[in-house]
Each structure stands twice: as C-alpha cells, then as structure tokens.
Ligand binder design. Sequence first.
Ligand code: F6P
Length: 533
Amino acid sequence: MNFKDLAELAADAKDRPILSLFETPGRATQFSRRFDGLYFDFSKTNIDDKTMSALLSLAQNTDVAAKRDAMFSGALINETEGRAVLHSALRAPDSVEIRVDGEDVMPGVVATRNRMADFTKDVRSGTFTGQGGRITDVVNIGIGGSDLGPVMGVKALSSYHDGPKIHFVSNVDGAHIADTLADLNPETTLVIVASKTFNTIETMTNATTARDWMAKAVSTPGDQFAALSTADDKTAEFGIAPERVFGFEDWVGGRYSMWGPIGLSLMIAIGPDRFMEFLHGGAAMDAHFRQAPLADNLPVLLALVGIWHHQGMGYATRAVLPYEQRLERLPAYLQQLEMESNGKRVAMDGSDLQTASGPVVWGEPGTNGQHAFYQLIHQGTAIVPCEFMIGAKGHEPELDHHHRLLVANCLAQSEALLKGRSLEKARELMAAKGFKDGELERQARHRVFPGNRPSTTLVYDLLTPYRLGQIIALYEHRVFVEGVILGLNSFDQWGVELGKELAIALQPVLDGKASAEGKDGSTRALIDVIQSA
Ligand code: F6P
C-alpha cells in the first residue's frame, strides 16, 4: 500500500455516498472506538472496510509502531536537529526510567516538577510576594509553543482556577503588552518569561518592556520575574535568580512543551494537584498509544482519517470545532501543532515529499462558527472535513438547558453534513411557501445542501484536567503518526527561520540607519510608504 494506491481508493470513494455505508448494520460501532472516557466516532467519513485495511497497511508499511517505540526509547529521531523527542517524559510517572544518551532523564524532570510545585504553592499561598504583598496577577510572556499551550490550557480549565489571575502577552505589537499591563499593579504582579531559547525577539522585547514597567514602581524588579527556558546563561544575564529559573532539555520541542516548565502559569492557576491530573491524562494516552493495536489506537486512527482526507481525498483544510467555549484557543493550538510539525515539503532523507504535506488546520468553537463560516462548510464548493468535539456534560449544572442546546447543535451539524438536503426536498419547501415554476426552481436550488461531507466527533464526559491531558496527548501523537506516514520530520521548524532573519536585517533600514538597496521593488515601496506616513 502506498500513496498511489490510496489515490485510487479515493477516486473510487468520490461518488460513494457516506450515508450508504450506514446500510451495513453496526457501522457506528465498527467505526468508533472508546478509550478511558473518550469516544471517537469516525463513522461519518467515507472510510469503509477496504479503505480501513488499506490505511492500516499504510501505517504498517511506514513502520509507525517501530518509529513510535524509537521515540519513546529516547532515540535521536529529530534527525535534522540531532535530538531525541521526549516531551512524554515530562508527564511520565516519577518511578519510570527514560534514558537519553545512556542517562536517565527522570530525576531531573521530577526535581524540576517539584521545584515548580513548591514555587506555585508559595505564590498561591502568599509565601512568595511582590513588593506590594501577595501576588494578584501573573503575566506569561512567550510566543508560539511558549504561549499557545499555556493560554489554551488556562482557558480550557478556567472552571478549576483558584489562583491569581493569569494574563498572556505574545505579540511584539506594543498594543498587546500595553493593554495587558494597563490595569495591573506592578507591586503585586509576577512576570514569567517563557522562552525555550531565551532568544526570541518578540519575547525578549516584551520581557524588557515589562521589566522597565516594573522598575518604575519596584526597587528590584528581577525579584518578581521567573524564567522558563533551556538557556541558563541567558536567564542569568537578564537578571533572574536561578531559584526562579525552571529549565528543560532540548528534547522538548516548543509546541510540545506545556507539560513541563512552560506550563507553570497553568500550574499557578489550578494548583499542582490539578496540574498533576493533567499530566496523568497525557501519560494515560501515552500508554494507550504504545500498547493498543494499530486498529484500536486512537492517535493512529485520527492520523489515518487525516491522511485519508488530505492526502487521499485531496481536501485542503481541516476544521477543528470544539463545542466547548473554554476550548476557544484549541484550534490555534492545534494549528501550530499540525502546521509547524507537518508543513514540510522535504522528506526526512532530504528528498522531495512524495505526497501533499500536512493540511491547513483552522477552527472556532461551536456554536459561534455556525454563524460565521459554516455556510461555506455546508454549501461551498470546497469540502472541509470537520472534527467536532463535545463534552457530555458542562461545568454549569444550573445551566444544563444551555448544554443540551449546545449538544443538539453539535450533533445537528454532523447530521446535516452527512445527509444534506435534496433538490426534491427543497422544491417541496418552496412549494409550501407558495413559489411556482421557474422561481420555485431558482429558490429551491439555493436551499439544497449537497451533504456527503465528512466529519468525526470526539465525545468526552467532562473537560477535567485529566481529560484535557488525554486530548492534547492524543493530538500530539496523531501529528507524529501523520508525520511518520508522510516520511518527514515533525519536530523541526526551519520554515520559520528566513522571516526571522529578514526581520532582523530590516530593522536598521526601518530605523533609518541602513539603505533599502538590494530589497525587491515591492519591499522598497512599502518601506517608503511607512516611513513617509
Ligand atoms: O516559531 C518558531 C518557534 O521556534 C516555535 O517552535 C516556538 O514555539 C516559538 O518559536 C517560541 O520559541 P521560544 O520558546 O524559544 O521563545
């Protein structure tokens, strides 16, 4: 089985109504899986038995199981950076041994985790104070993986918050930090500088601005700063004492880092015990991914559905649609996870990729998206596979009628995508409204839903820290499996480098200290317009 065979299967499937697959009794059971409080339904896709076994053999032929084991063993599978990939160690139980280059990394992981917990307890209890007393506000300054994970997690688990208020600054646009700091008291604010490299220009610019802001009111601002980084030398240079520096190793990629020090803001928000539950959820998904047969393995199944839709059927994008307001940043988080990991045109061995790279991932929480872009999803010419998510319960029992409406909307959308509405039915509706002849036909055509549009639904009971941990690890491993099948390295991100280099080179030009000579005509004109405004 290879990508050419997959394309042939997809060509056969193009005209097959998904609804017809439900004529086989038991389809919903056969094309769904349960694991530890999660239910993944992929029966509303155009995958039948034959497609499923072809996809599974693709996973076998590309050595998914062996590569998964290599990742967990600490092998240097990030070959373009010469690194292991062991973010799973950050959520592993204290008692296990995980070796990189022969050395057990777990004592270091556990020691840092314990230091984070001690610091968190001090901040939450008021043992650690600012110049003006107990910490009321925490500002996490970071970008990309040093922002999206914590910001997503803090919002997702807001019903568990019992610590200080948490704020996030990521954009180098001064508006972001100005608006965030405007209402804060520097004397009771803790600033966390989250940067794996401690070198990212956006983060370091914001961190310096925050330190200047604090210095106006606080005699030793460095005392109200903490750092989350792999670069001890740079954190010391910035003036942050080692006891408030929480380090991690280069085998944790930025977009996979919220399980360790980068998750400090989340730990401060919900407390160390809840944070541990989040880690346990991730560890449970790791165990499932390592042990379950490929055909019952949730990350593998999500990956195969993704490969079928994008590389097989040729659908360009994937919408992630959580029916859970608190998961409002999940689409952005998954966008980085998928697009920074698998948005690559070169295979691990340096050759051209033999198929399309990973898809565009986007989305918004339901029901808001329904009143924005679902029009295109239902009636546009592009087919967008939709990945719905819904909790069986919400955290507001007193507002249960809201939740039932939310669930009804979620299920209605996947049903509408599956079944659509025929021209015949639309004609009946228009006739009932009194339309006749040509006008009836014209109006009816606007009301047709082609249907036969694929979707999956992930159901969980309640969005607890444990569930969130499971869901995030599920998606991490899904992206890994997709990357293995595509034959690329999901753990580097060379594609962000060129823009960074050019931005640094443009700064002296914008400062008026260097000429724009050598720049292309468009860039020169844009510089002129901006400088003369
Ligand atoms: O955008 C590139 C990137 O390297 C991401 O992978 C990373 O999450 C982000 O920048 C932030 O990097 P750092 O944590 O080193 O500041």
